[in-house]
Ligand binder design. Structure first.
Ligand SMILES: *Cc1c(COP(=O)(O)O)cnc(C)c1O
Length: 397
């Protein structure tokens, strides 16, 4: 394929940083001046601020979202001998976090409409060893807190949220990060709140969990050179915290922008539903923070997901797939003993989903362009269907 100008990128972080560049530079400068690069003032300030806006009590910044899951589970005393339920269709870091905590991951299927964990399937996976469930607030939509509370009550489980895609998301009156005993966030640059590098945080309302987290991220030290557990070195840089704290006040507006963009996509894509282009269902209304805007290319659609992806790329529209291979089918984890067919919804979705461009600053005309390109690709496929395979190339070209 020849080199193509990108008309609609998948994400554009420059758009978000340019207007506040001076502020960001000042924040960086003040860390340089103080020189407290590790566990500095800007870190504790940001931890408190992010916990407060998320309805949690304590925040503990770590080096990544993956570490937030692994260390967060450990801080909740979830580990060897415990089973932890999580969805099969999540980013691999959820699974890796459980394994690093020493617990046994139990994967379950998802709901085909929302791609969120299916709690009826989770109920079937309960054993005497089940200690916790990790609801992944996938794509920016929270797993229903009221349903989670019922579930956790019934089976006497801990809830540990993977909120890496759900900064400030809301549902049933709860913020992501305030539902479980603890929650993991990621500040990977393209997340709804992103650093200038890697970063993560655990939020909790439990002071014991917070204290243990502070030890675990700092070599397991309860005070300097006195180690009560085998911790690690995983601290959110003071510099990253200062940057994130500057960006935090803009997050609600950025999330509203994402919602508005999603509403435009929803409205404009609606006529394509009969052709089999189906957006993921929003069941949480304005609390959805749309880290990603994901459509399904249904099996009834005249075009296959891969063809649609290629046709969009060919006209300069970038897309993504989150995620193309469910966790249980990843080569690294065959030892978990799962088989193709174990999680039919997750497997089906992995072949149907396509993430469209989504970022604050994406313009209405770009949205129209994306939808028009999808509509065009679908309609030309209808026509192509009536042609012999030999003629097809001329139509697609
Ligand atoms: C990004 C992400 C993570 C991992 O975060 P990192 O900061 O990249 O380690 C975990 N879970 C989900 C659902 C994510 O999207």
């Amino acid at each position: 394929m020849n080199k193509m100008t990108i008309r609609v990128p998948f994400v554009d972080l420059k758009l978000q940083h340019e207007p506040i560049q001076m502020q960001l530079q000042d924040a960086i400068q003040s860390v340089l001046e103080r020189g407290d690069f590790i566990l500095g003032q800007a870190l504790s300030d940001f931890e408190a601020a992010f916990a407060a806006v998320s309805g949690a009590e304590y925040g503990v910044g770590v080096a990544s979202g993956t570490d937030a899951i692994a260390l967060g589970l450990q801080a909740c005393n979830i580990g060897a001998g415990d089973e932890v339920i999580l969805p099969a269709n999540t980013f691999i870091a959820t699974l890796i976090g459980v394994l690093r905590a020493g617990a046994k991951p139990i994967l379950v299927d998802c709901d085909h409409q929302t791609a969120l964990i299916d709690l009826r399937e989770a109920a079937k996976a309960i054993t005497p060893y089940t200690k916790a469930i990790i609801p992944v607030h996938l794509y920016g939509q929270m797993v229903s807190p009221s349903e989670l509370f019922n579930f956790a009550d019934t089976y006497k489980l801990l809830i540990f949220e993977d909120a890496a895609q759900a900064h400030l998301a809301q549902r049933d009156g709860y913020h992501a990060g305030s539902v479980g005993i603890a929650a993991a966030f990621s500040f990977y640059p393209s997340k709804n709140l992103g650093a200038f590098g890697d970063g993560g945080m655990v939020l909790t309302r439990d002071s014991d969990v917070a204290l243990k987290m502070r030890r675990l991220r700092n070599y397991g030290a309860s005070q300097k050179y006195f180690h009560t557990e085998a911790g690690t070195n995983s601290r959110l840089d003071t510099l990253q915290a200062a940057i994130l704290h500057q960006k935090l006040p803009y997050l609600p507006q950025w999330n509203r922008d994402r919602l508005t963009i999603a509403q435009q996509y929803d409205a404009q894509l609606a006529p394509l539903a009969t052709a089999g282009i189906i957006p993921m269902e929003n069941q949480s209304g304005t609390g959805h923070v749309y880290h990603l805007y994901v459509i399904k290319v249904d099996d009834s659609c005249p075009i296959k997901r891969q063809q649609l992806e290629e046709k969009l790329t060919a006209v300069g529209i970038q897309t993504g797939i989150h995620y193309p291979i469910p966790c249980h089918l990843q080569p690294a984890f065959t030892n978990l003993g799962y088989q193709p067919g174990d999680f039919p919804q997750a497997e089906k979705l992995s072949k149907q989903i396509l993430s469209l461009p989504m970022y604050p600053g994406l313009s209405s005309s770009q949205i129209k362009e994306v939808v028009a390109a999808i509509a065009h690709a679908v309609s030309t496929s209808y026509k192509a269907d009536n042609l012999s395979p030999a003629d097809l190339s001329t139509v697609v070209a």
